[in-house]
Write a protein that binds this ligand. Structure first.
Ligand code: HPA
Length: 275
C-alpha cells in the first residue's frame, strides 16, 4: 500500500470512530459560502485541526470544518474551507481530502468556488457550472504519487466533469428559474489577482472563469474515479478590460455571501432530486 493510501486510511478510521458513516454526496464549499451547513440534520461537526493528517485552512472566509449530516434521505459530508496552493501547501496537501472522501466511499463530489468572470455575458453573483478546465498550476498533483491501487498513471481527462451530473443540475436550475451558465475554468496559483493583460490572455485561451483552486482536486478526483460537479460563483468581472475594477477579498466574500441563499436552494433541490 502506498503512503497516501495509508494516510487516508488513518484519517478515515478517525472519522469513522467519530461517527462518520456512509457518504452519499460529498461537498466542498469555497470562499464565503460557509453557513450552508445549517440545512443539515443530526449534524456532526469536526474541526480540521482535530483531524489527523488534515492540513489547517488559513485563508480569510474559510472556517475549516468537516460537517457530516442528513439532508432528506441522503448522508452528506461537507467540507467548509479548502486548502489552496497559494497558502503554501504542497499539491499533496491541497488534494488530500479527495483521497479521504474516496476512502470514505463517496462517489459524487460537489465543489463550489469563487471565480473571476471572463465571459462578457456573466454578471457578479451569476452561477456557472464548470464543464472543462485549463490547468496552469505550476505542478500536477499526481506527479510522483502513482499508486496503481488508487487509480491510473495517466488519468484520462475527457469526462472530468461528467455530463450526467451537469445535466441533472441544469434541470434543477431550470425548474427553479435559477440562471445557470456553463463554462471553462482556468486555474492557476495566485494569490495576486491577474493583470488586465493576463485576464485578456485567459479569455483568449478559451476560459470563461479564472480562479486559484479546484483544478488540482478535480485531477485527483478523476484519478480516484469520483464524479465531480463544480459550481462557480462569479465574484468579480474581469473582461473586457474596460469592465475591470480593483478587487478586494472583502468584495469577493460579499458577493459570495449575497449568493449563498441562491446556491443553497439550488444545491438542496439538486440533492433532493438525486436517487
Ligand atoms: N482571479 C483569480 N481568482 C479569483 C478571482 C480573480 O479575479 N476572483 C475570484 N477568484
Amino acid at each position: 500500500m502506498g503512503v497516501i493510501a495509508e494516510k487516508a486510511d488513518l484519517t478515515t478510521e478517525y472519522l469513522r470512530n467519530r461517527g462518520v458513516g456512509t457518504v452519499d454526496i460529498a461537498m466542498v464549499l469555497g470562499t464565503g459560502l460557509s453557513g450552508i451547513e445549517t440545512m443539515l440534520k443530526d449534524k456532526l461537526i469536526i474541526d480540521y485541526s482535530d483531524i489527523p493528517l488534515f492540513p489547517i485552512s488559513t485563508v480569510e472566509g474559510h472556517s475549516g470544518k468537516l460537517i457530516y449530516g442528513r439532508l432528506g434521505n441522503k448522508n452528506l459530508l461537507l467540507l467548509s474551507g479548502r486548502f489552496h496552493y497559494y497558502e503554501g501547501y504542497g499539491m499533496e496537501e491541497v488534494t488530500y481530502y479527495i483521497h479521504v472522501m474516496a476512502t470514505l466511499g463517496a462517489k459524487n463530489l460537489v465543489m463550489t468556488n469563487a471565480a473571476g468572470g471572463l465571459n462578457p455575458r456573466y454578471h457578479a453573483g451569476d452561477l456557472v457550472l464548470v464543464r472543462d478546465h485549463i490547468n496552469l498550476f505550476p505542478a500536477n498533483p499526481l506527479r510522483g504519487t502513482y499508486d496503481a491501487e488508487l487509480g491510473p498513471r495517466f488519468p484520462d481527462m475527457l469526462h472530468a466533469y461528467p455530463v450526467t451530473l451537469r445535466n441533472s443540475m441544469k434541470n434543477t436550475a431550470a425548474a427553479m428559474g435559477i440562471k445557470l451558465h456553463e463554462g471553462v475554468y482556468l486555474g492557476w496559483q495566485g494569490p495576486s489577482l491577474e493583470t488586465p493583460a493576463e485576464y485578456k490572455m485567459a479569455r483568449m485561451l478559451g476560459a470563461d472563469l479564472v480562479g486559484m483552486s479546484t483544478v488540482p482536486e478535480v485531477i485527483v478526483a478523476k484519478y480516484r474515479n469520483l464524479d465531480v460537479l463544480v459550481l462557480s460563483i462569479v465574484s468579480n468581472i474581469c473582461f473586457p478590460p474596460s469592465a475591470l475594477k480593483e478587487t478586494t477579498i472583502e468584495e469577493v466574500v460579499k458577493v459570495m455571501e449575497a449568493s449563498t441563499e441562491k446556491v443553497m436552494r439550488l444545491l438542496t433541490a439538486w440533492i433532493d432530486s438525486q436517487e
